[in-house]
Design a protein around this ligand. Structure first.
Ligand SMILES: [Zn+2]
Length: 391
């Protein structure tokens, strides 16, 4: 692969942005430089003052480019992954919505095929299953007919496929604590979402090793009153339980900018991750589609910059590509750029144990995204692949 010098860049580092250069060799960052004079390399990219960020780490998206992972074909995986790669995400967790057992298995097979084709180009740590052990009361846009209590035989067989990295579940469902114990024992990250749990149940799940909340504010419980007394839900748990990590859909539609800013202030850049939770509509301009598979999915329309159910009672995932999240957090919610980037790079890398990802620092993988002042992506480069040219 040889060496690569990326110079005249505005480097987005851990806690600051500064002008400089990066020298990479054989897919690894070997030096961060203030001054690149006298440095020789096989290849040079001059960014002419544009930003250089670590590649984005997208941990929850269902598709893109008009393909959904539940379609269950390797073509669907490749199209959606390439769509997200071209918008700056170099580490990706394809997510399967609650569906039939048959479709989950089809997606597992297609994912394994995609890894064998794309595994050198992008980083695909594993699949994220969003269900089917979720709450009907907080189904959001998920089809209720697929939601159920954990089934031990089913989840053990799925986990043994070896490709599941994260599993979103509702801890109040019967058998969920046993499921959490099992997932933790297999190093699969459990995550609370589409759930009506109260604080006491969330705390119990946390103590079993469930340290993550899926799309905070979307499809989850908040304070309820019984006999005058108030009982906190999942939203409050995200703020009160020390050590709990959260993700938030930062497309600017699911969560208004003032709330995005509040969550950043109070949960903070080290425990909050950005996600698109994108539907197949991301990276396309269609107005009608389905979420989930073409066969078993739910129809949606696209308006106001988001996908909605036909009766407009709920959102059906976002249409955001990765660059939009940075733009929304920085330009609309008023969060510093360095923090917005951290919540989409270093923090998700830490949560999922990806030690070589998410930072511009010596020894890290050479996954880069270059963008301009309006967060238009001008180039993406991964440790073994060059997509387009930095220009
Ligand atoms: Zn989702």
């Amino acid at each position: 692969m040889g060496s690569l010098l990326i110079k005249n860049a505005r480097l987005i580092l851990d806690d600051c942005i500064k002008d400089g250069a990066v020298l990479a060799e054989d897919g690894r960052i070997i030096r961060i430089l203030d001054d690149d004079s006298g440095i020789h390399s096989d290849c040079v990219a001059d960014l002419k003052g544009m930003y250089l960020s670590p590649g984005f780490v997208e941990t929850h998206f269902h598709g893109g480019g008009m393909c959904d992972f539940s379609d269950g074909s390797d073509d669907a995986f490749l199209t959606a992954i390439d769509t997200f790669l071209s918008h700056g995400a170099t580490t990706l967790f394809p997510t399967i919505i609650a569906t039939t057992e048959n479709e989950i298995w089809k997606a597992i097979r297609a994912f394994s095929e995609a890894v064998s084709i794309e595994g050198d180009k992008v980083t695909l740590p594993g699949l994220h299953l969003e269900g089917p052990y979720l709450s009907s009361a907080q189904k959001g846009s998920l089809p209720e007919r697929f939601l159920r209590d954990p089934d031990k035989n089913e989840y053990k067989a799925i986990a043994e496929s070896g490709v599941i990295r994260r599993w979103t579940l509702a801890p109040e469902r019967s058998g969920s604590m046993e499921l959490i114990d099992y997932l933790v024992s297999r190093s699969i990250v459990p995550s609370i979402g589409h759930s009506d749990a109260e604080y006491s149940c969330v705390l119990e799940a946390f103590r079993h090793g469930c340290h993550l909340i899926t799309h905070l504010y979307s499809a989850m419980s908040t304070i309820v009153r019984r006999g005058g007394f108030r009982f906190p839900g999942i939203i409050e748990s995200a703020f009160c339980i020390e050590g709990m990590d959260s993700e938030i859909i930062a497309d600017g539609a699911h969560i208004p900018p003032e709330l995005l800013r509040m969550v950043w202030r109070h949960i903070g850049k080290n425990q909050l991750r950005l996600t698109t939770d994108a539907s197949r509509c991301a990276g396309s301009d269609v107005k009608e589609a389905t979420i989930g598979s073409r066969e078993n999915g739910t129809p949606i329309i696209v308006e106001d910059g988001v996908a909605k159910l036909l009766d407009r009672s709920a959102f059906g995932g976002s249409i955001a590509t990765p660059d939009r999240l940075i733009r929304v957090m920085w330009k609309t919610a008023g969060v510093p750029l360095v923090d917005a980037v951290k919540m989409y790079t270093a923090t998700p890398s830490r949560v999922f144990g990806l030690e070589k990802k998410g930072r511009l620092a010596e020894g890290m993988d050479a996954d880069f995204v270059c963008f301009d002042e309006s967060v238009s992506i001008r180039g993406v480069m991964t440790r073994s692949f060059r997509s387009g040219v930095f220009a």
